[in-house]
Design a protein around this ligand. Structure first.
Ligand code: AMP
Length: 150
């Protein structure tokens, strides 16, 4: 299916909410070519004024929308909506159907992470990240080793 040459600099960010707009703005600032996709046009208002990438309006669970976002050329797709199932579908299509080398999914339910990993999708779980940081800080404030906490 991938008839387009890969662009090592091209990142597609799906979902331009709190996380996606921050990612798109920061990756763009670091010199990457960023395409951001959202089904709600108002979401693009969260991008930084210097954002130099493209915006695609549409439902990213539709392959045609992902194609408009140049997913076939992308090296990385980041599924950053607030819905685990949407993120799973987008990352899976990107990785397994289109052959994008790297796909990340935001996943709220930690119990789903194992499934993603079996599909070779990288995950970022805000619940686990927050728990790790809080456990570390509590352990350090109370002078116990992190391993000693349950
Ligand atoms: P937040 O939870 O604030 O990071 O926002 C998530 C963003 O994902 C919102 O701007 C939604 O409009 C967007 N979103 C949710 N589902 C889809 C979808 N299927 N395709 C594109 N964007 C979506």
């Amino acid at each position: 299916m991938a008839t387009h040459p890969r662009n090592g600099n091209l990142v597609v960010v799906v979902g331009c909410g709190r996380l996606g707009s921050l990612l798109a703005s920061r990756l763009s600032r670091r010199g990457l070519e960023v395409v951001v996709v959202d089904s709600d046009e108002r979401a693009f208002g969260g991008l930084s004024p210097e954002f130099s990438g493209f915006r695609v309006l549409g439902d990213a669970t539709e392959l045609a929308v992902l194609r408009r976002a140049r997913v076939e050329e992308a090296s990385t797709v980041i599924a950053a909506t607030r819905d685990d199932s949407t993120n799973m579908m987008v990352a899976q299509v990107a990785k397994q159907v289109v052959g994008v080398p790297q796909a990340f999914a935001r996943v709220f339910d930690p119990s789903r992470e194992a499934i993603y990993h079996r599909l070779e999708i990288d995950t970022v779980c805000p619940t686990n990240l927050a728990a790790n940081v809080i456990v570390e800080r509590v352990a350090s404030a109370l002078a116990v080793t992190p391993e000693a906490t349950p």
